[in-house]
Design a protein around this ligand. Sequence first.
Ligand code: NAP
Length: 234
Amino acid sequence: MRPVVITGATGTLGRAFERLCAERHLACHVTSRAELDIADPESVERALERLEPWLVINTAGYVRVDAAGGDRERCHRENSLGPQTLATACAAHDVSLVTFSSDLVFDGFKLAPYDEDDTPAPLGVYGQTKHEAEQRVLDHHPGALVVRTSAFFGPWDEHNFVTCSLRTLARGEEVRVPAELIVSPTYVPDLVHATSISRSTASPASGTSRMSAQRHGPTWRGRPLALQDTHRVS
Ligand SMILES: NC(=O)c1ccc[n+]([C@@H]2O[C@H](COP(=O)([O-])OP(=O)(O)OC[C@H]3O[C@@H](n4cnc5c(N)ncnc54)[C@H](OP(=O)(O)O)[C@@H]3O)[C@@H](O)[C@H]2O)c1
């Protein structure tokens, strides 16, 4: 059976998709950077020829939003060039592609939930590279699915905002976050299930899709208070 190839073996989302494939009895191959560097056309070509996937799920990328301004070249390579390289190769091999973008393609001034049809206006380097990737991927592979998502949390990694906040609260310490920040957090298990990978449908949907856990929520500042309440941390 041709496998699903998942890039980003060491990442939160890559590992979550690996679990999903195991749960759905889908053959999958999770690639590390050494095995498949998404921004290196030769590396991508070699991997596609060798692994012969029917679907590539690209979870690889540069995620350090606050560091991106001082690390432009790397952020651009991993977030724009990488997805474009994958899209070009997947289109040439007739392989479906899913890749992940971010809510940070928007400037946040709308003060209401964003929809797929809203016009991107990224404010920082990270958002700019994600916006560029969205355009490049759909130009090179019109059948690809680009998922805009935000602020992961979930039970399968130790470093997300929720688990870090709970650890801090359990130590009896304060969680300090910007008061004005409003984010729709995304529960990683829901995200991977919502991406609807099923061999019977041959390929996931295509185009740009927004997936986050809820449309309205507390500010980042309110979230530790909500956690304190629901998890009974005193
Ligand atoms: N985390 C969030 O809250 C969030 C929110 C919105 C969107 N997203 C997007 O969702 C995707 C997955 O995020 P995540 O949190 O799972 O990321 P993560 O945990 O930081 O993992 C990123 C993965 O990408 C790999 N990678 C980076 N550059 C690569 C390259 N050139 N070739 C191959 N592999 C490469 C890394 O490998 P190494 O270990 O070798 O560096 C790592 O395995 C990213 O595109 C991210 O921008 C994430």
